[in-house]
Design a protein around this ligand. Sequence first.
Ligand code: NAD
Length: 305
Amino acid sequence: MSLDFKGRVAIVTGAGGGLGRQHALALAARGAKVVVNDLGGARDGAVGTGSVTAAQAVVEEIRAAGGEAMANGASVTDFAAVQTMVAEAMAKWGRVDILVNNAGILRDKSFAKMEIADFALVVDVHLMGAVNCSKAVWAIMNEQKYGRIVMTTSSSGLYGNFGQANYGAAKMALVGLMQTLSIEGAKNDIRVNCLAPTAATRMTEGLMSEEVLTALKPEAVVPAMLVLVSDNAPTRTILCAGAGTFEAAHITMTQGAYIGLDMQAPERLAARLAEVLQRNGDIVPQSGSAQGRNEVEKAMRNTGL
Ligand code: NAD
């Protein structure tokens, strides 16, 4: 099966360096026309100030390889600027098929030392940045009856990491955004997935040894992104990628136990907590309401209602 993106238009945010640059280069190499967004990148045609921005440099790399691309310097936190970016892509290429929400920043500190402003900033870039970009393409993708959106989540959000309360919270919020957008987008073939990458980039400088850095080339994450935005993409998947290995993460629910409704329920729950937490027979509910249905059915089975 060849993954071909000819005729597709893609937007990759934060694509001036790191993973985003690799995503943009790979999509363009496989035929997509790519908006290379990065903070501070000059708009297509607006270069000439003498300073080639990171996004413009990636556009030039794509063009040199025979591909089509335009640079965009919107901050993903600025909804009006993001709408303009999408309008420019529509004006030039007439559609937007793929959105890779990749832009991101870190402001690591233990929660005790973290300033509220740094918490809010990280949530703004990662969560609201992805919300702004997804919202700006949503009506277009619905109209086209085709769309592929990737949210870049992180192991820090899925599992936690010391010093990353802001980042982890924002990254896990993207999983929540993906869960609902994939449900709402399904009827118009909009597939929404999460990518949880591990790669040696500017973001991870100083955090890893030399050998590990060599294994974790950003290019090694790209196959996961390409699969998640391809015609045959899954939807509602959390795909982990790093060092050429790929895994799926799931938000699961245990089989649990019926404890009852009376005044002694807290004591019985405390006594049977290990049973409630044990993971044999975990399920992945297909929507939030599936949790409620599962609980009512379990209660009915246990009470004979
Ligand atoms: P990076 O710092 O090399 O790239 C991030 C890019 O986003 C930069 O080019 C930056 O200029 C751009 N950016 C920042 N704020 C922006 C804004 N407001 N608007 C537009 N662009 C903006 O880091 P990376 O490692 O390539 O990270 C890419 C994505 O992958 C991020 O979302 C990051 O959180 C995520 N991620 C990375 C790793 C990893 O191991 N590198 C792990 C998990 C998740």
